[in-house]
Design a protein around this ligand. Sequence first.
Ligand SMILES: Cc1cc2nc3c(=O)[nH]c(=O)nc-3n(C[C@H](O)[C@H](O)[C@H](O)COP(=O)(O)OP(=O)(O)OC[C@H]3O[C@@H](n4cnc5c(N)ncnc54)[C@H](O)[C@@H]3O)c2cc1C
Ligand code: FES
Length: 501
Amino acid sequence: MNGGGMVMDRPGGPWKPVDQTFPALSHTLDTEVCIVGGGFIGIVTAYLLARRGYRPVVVEAGRIGCGAVRMSTGTALSQHRLRSAHLWKRHGESVARAYYDVHEDALSWLERTCRRLDARCDLKRTPSWLLAENVDHVQQLEEEAEAYFKLGMDGRMADKPPVPFTGLPALKMNDQIQLDPVRFCSKLVRWLSLENIQLYEQTRAVDIVRGKHPSVVLENGKMIRARHIVCATHYPLQHLSSRLQLERAAAGVFTMPETMEEGIFTTLSDPSWAFRSLSDGKLLVSGGAERVSRKTDPHVLRDELRRWVKEHFPEAAEEKIWTLQQVRTSDRMPLAGPVEAGKKDLYTATGFGPWGLSGGVAGAQMIADHISGMRNRWSYLFTPARFEAKQELPNVVRHAASYVKGRIQRRECQSLEDLQPGEGALVRQEGIRTGAYRGENGDLYMVNPECTHAGCEVQWNRVNTTWDCPCHGSCFDVEGNVLEGPAVKPLERFYTMEKRK
Ligand SMILES: Cc1cc2nc3c(=O)[nH]c(=O)nc-3n(C[C@H](O)[C@H](O)[C@H](O)COP(=O)(O)OP(=O)(O)OC[C@H]3O[C@@H](n4cnc5c(N)ncnc54)[C@H](O)[C@@H]3O)c2cc1C
Ligand code: FES
């Protein structure tokens, strides 16, 4: 049987999964708010609404808290590379200030909530450092520091950051946050379940019907009719894709002979790398992000990560490495709020790049405020309605071009005989292009490599042991089950030669 609804646990990630499990939804129901996606933003939105007396229903395709949040590095920041100077130049002082304030407010909310729920998620206020690796970087940091000063932000240049590999000045911002984001989600989930909020796992939404009677259509054919639907699926199910870009990055945990200095560190290099220590003293590194395309090779990303760690922390020993995706918008500002201005049927929260924990809290607050009719003074920053057709055109064209490329470009096939245990590749079987994976015990898994979202050909990801789509980032396990959308249907599974006989 082709797996259909069952979703396996995602590979990778430094955090232990949420400690509760929930049933699948097997009947049709009516509710005021349905949240699709039980990840970080979906759970925070549910919590905010439930505290205001709403009874949201959450449906999660896999396990709650096991998506991108489980693979993240667990930092919540207001220091977003060179954003302050950039926003000031591009949009003026008020937008630069609001962008900082909305993230600072999110950090305070995280800390307050952690305290209120006694979350014990290793949340710690700690400095965040932007590291220069050459004199141009220093100049960029000085410009950013000037914006900090003019905006009254809590940060300044420091002569020497506490890291072993750069003697150049760095830009320090005080009181940023590191935490175990899944343990934080666990605590919210426990609170929600004690309040009898309905949470469902292994329940995949396959469609959202808009209009007078909005509803979420589930893979098993059941429906959830709701006045408000929040799509918190990391990459949205079916709307907005021309405004979004996907990047794939690598991350890993490394053991260190000595505990490193506390703090969150991000290099200004391109690609950029970020690192922090875990509560047990291990080093957590992520970065190397590049735009997802047919050329993206997770194996190369993994090697880049290894090379960077070896160069900067020669004594670090690799424990595990994984790759993950982040979603950005064409104007680098997240999208959170009603998908269409003036409508209250469908909301989205996406495009947070590497800052989905601080930005995600802010986005969840904007959505919860909109649903409950409260004013949010920052909602204009993330509003999906900000895009105009004229401004959108180049993105639509770029998106269409990369999609067409993804559909027509074909990688070379390998021979099935050469496929070693633990390896996957595109092979030609009786003239048909096939995605084949040979398990460690020699079992063959074969799928149709045509992505069920919009037909691009998936590529083998040797690091995560998944099939990944270069067009909009869907990921599938070796049996073809969807691990990450926007695809909602599994890859067609081909029977192996042995079974056919
Ligand atoms: C290398 C790297 C490191 C990062 N580190 C950080 C960090 O330190 N700090 C930070 O702020 N951000 C970080 N991020 C970004 C951050 O991980 C994400 O922005 C954040 O986790 C997004 O939360 P989310 O709720 O949107 O997504 P998720 O946590 O992925 O939740 C989405 C959920 O929706 C579910 N879902 C999907 N489709 C369906 C469907 N059809 N039906 C039902 N459910 C569905 C998924 O299974 C998933 O559980 C990092 C990103 C990268 C690439
Ligand atoms: S074609 Fe869109 S994710 Fe594969």
